[in-house]
Design a protein. Structure first.
Length: 168
């Protein structure tokens, strides 16, 4: 049985007692979280969120890519979120990886280059990366200046969040 088949079987069990069909499309807590896709971290659990509380946007590294910013814009302008939270974490797969080395490795492994993705957004300084993601979101012209955008680092060994303040 494939993993997809196992997940489908689990969904059948889940659907039998499903009772969340009446949740509003607008998040109850009026917040959106941009975080890493790391499978070790269930951000809803570590943040005390329940279904319907917040939008969860996840990608490799918790990076404010064009697509993540698109989701935040939709979250705010169409679905009334009023606060953005960005979370990176210790021991991230993109931490200490060099962009050019990853691209070269993939080109060699697959026997061909590729123009997309243009960037993997590898980084070597966790706090600087969080600050950069916060800046990307705050500086977008369609993100209102009054929307709080805060950045955090999740420690995979302790489960604790640490806020990353702005420099300067």
């Amino acid at each position: 049985m494939s993993v997809a088949d196992e997940l489908l079987a689990a969904n059948e069990i889940f659907a039998r007692s499903f009772n969340l069909g009446d949740l509003n499309v607008r998040p109850r807590r009026h917040a959106a979280v941009l975080a890493c896709m790391d499978s070790r971290i269930l951000f809803e659990h570590c943040l005390g969120l329940r279904p319907g509380d917040a939008h969860m946007i996840r990608n490799a590294g918790g990076i404010a890519t064009d697509d993540a910013i698109r989701s935040l814009i939709v979250s705010h302008h169409l679905l009334d979120t009023q606060e953005f939270i960005i979370i990176n974490h210790t021991d991230c797969g993109l931490l200490k990886v060099k962009e050019y080395e990853l691209r070269a490795k993939l080109t060699e492994k697959m026997g061909t280059g590729a123009s997309e993705p243009a960037h993997f957004y590898a980084f070597d300084d966790l706090e600087a990366n969080v600050r950069q993601q916060v800046h990307r979101v705050k500086s977008h012209p369609w993100i209102p200046k009054n929307i709080p955008v805060r950045g955090f680092i999740y420690d995979v060994k302790t489960g604790r969040l640490k806020e990353v303040g702005e420099r300067g």
